[in-house]
Design a protein around this ligand. Sequence first.
Ligand SMILES: [Zn+2]
Ligand SMILES: [Zn+2]
Length: 427
Amino acid sequence: MRNLALALLVTTSISAQSLEERVAREIPKLLDTYKTLHGMPELSTQEAKTSSFLATRLRELGYEVTERVGKYRDPNATCYGVVAILRNGKGPMVLVRSDMDALPVTEQTGLPYASQNSGVMHACGHDVHMTTLLGTAKLLADLKSQWHGTVMLVGQPAEEIVRGAEGMLADGLYERFGKPDFAIALHDWATLEAGKIGYRPGQFMAATDSINLTIRGVGGHGASPQSTKDPVVMAAETIVALQTIVSRERSPLDPVVVTVGKIEGGTKRNIIPDEVRLFLTVRTMSPTVRQRVVESIQRIPKGIALANGVPEDRMPIYERLDHESVASTFNDPALTDRLAKAIAREIGTDNVVLIDPAMVSEDFGLFGTTDQIPTAMLALGAADPAALKAGAQPGLHSSKFAPVDPALVLRTGVRGAVAGVLELLAR
Ligand SMILES: [Zn+2]
Ligand SMILES: [Zn+2]
């Protein structure tokens, strides 16, 4: 009898454990995992060790794991996508995504667990995302009595070059593993304090278009400009004129960025070259604005060439790099609000904040666009409040970026992700 009472007591106390307590118990192990992943960053499309690390851990947690899901346009490149499934009876399917790749950055954080792979660094926090995914995986496996349906965890490669989501979808992700009813993700955020989660219904991140312009002229001697059509001068005019797309052609209420990040041309100070190349990144939020801006970028250089009397056969060449362009990230408003409310119940209303959209880009939205699946990406605060106030917080992609208090960030991330999934798959 006493044994039964004791057993009952133990059972009750296990089920009565709060999510917060359960997550807290996992933190020491997750912190080790985070430090291991932080020390072994791999560049986009080269995530061999990272993906196998993630796959092994997910398998240990009882998930059905498939590796190397995905194919790139280049048939010789391996796509290291990981898919982990946990089935728990009839019910909806939720996809939870973490990216896995790192950046070509030399780490300068001075952390004892800094990158061991020289010139490569987890400067965008994808190590935080993977660790959060593993924590979420563990909790969802432990809490099977509280949900029904299927969880699909995705380790996505090549986010930084916006190729991984496309690669995994092209390999029949949904045909092979089922089509999810929702897709969610967290991305750490360097402008939000650690311990908080940010949400933004609707347009959240920008579309990127990578465009190359070749401004062609007629070269000659630097001392005889009258017998040339100088592409350096036309390139300079073009760069300035492109800025009028934002200031004069678009509504001040439409966010647009046109940046010429690189110029290439010429060999010597006294030679007028035949051509100058401009390399642009263009960021827009709405698909209509995106189309218009891209049209302007074709029109303006042509106009400048005509004004300068460039021969018909030397008009500028416009080239848009499909493989370095991606649509904007749109957060389904209903799903985003639902998640924000559920997460607020778990981590407190004060810790869930509405944030501004950002002009950076992501390929996570692709998991939703082609199949009309509601998607939501939430922001996981990673900033040091004091540094943020002082304007000294290193941003994402900085060689000095690291979450200020990884234990707090991971705790918040796992509680948020689990609360979100439980909301969508509640019994
Ligand atoms: Zn990044
Ligand atoms: Zn990132």
